[in-house]
Design a protein around this ligand. Structure first.
Ligand SMILES: [Cu+2]
Length: 120
């Protein structure tokens, strides 16, 4: 069930490009009361800025696909997350229940690439 759900999220976000701002939260879906925010990591993070809803239990899904650059070295401080992602795969990170006005920020280990999710 979860695998099918995650697969659906990935299909929805396959066309995002580095630097895009998501339009109407196209990389954000809510299923069974959980909000999934999907970010692609390869040569940076895409979309770099996302908008999602506050007050809903949420997970960040980070997709890697032949990601051999440092965007695989992911740091999400608010989630106490610092890991090397698999070169190809999906990584699910529990980010709790986001609050409005408190953006979630992710960076590569060197601070060179970043992304931000705003909640409202
Ligand atoms: Cu880097």
């Amino acid at each position: 069930m979860v695998a099918i759900l995650i697969g659906g999220v990935i299909l929805l976000t396959g066309n995002s490009r580095s630097g895009d701002i998501n339009s109407a939260g196209s990389n954000v879906v809510i299923k069974d009361g959980i909000q999934y925010i999907t970010i692609d990591a390869r040569g940076g993070y895409s979309p770099q800025r996302s908008i999602a809803q506050a007050g809903i239990p949420s997970k960040l899904i980070v997709n890697t696909n032949g990601t051999y650059d440092c965007s695989a070295a992911l740091v999400v401080r608010q989630a106490n997350y610092q890991e090397i992602l698999p070169a190809t795969g999906k990584t699910e990170i529990d980010i709790g229940i986001p609050k409005a006005g408190e953006p979630l920020r992710g960076t590569c280990g060197m601070g060179m690439y970043n992304f931000e999710v705003n909640f409202d």
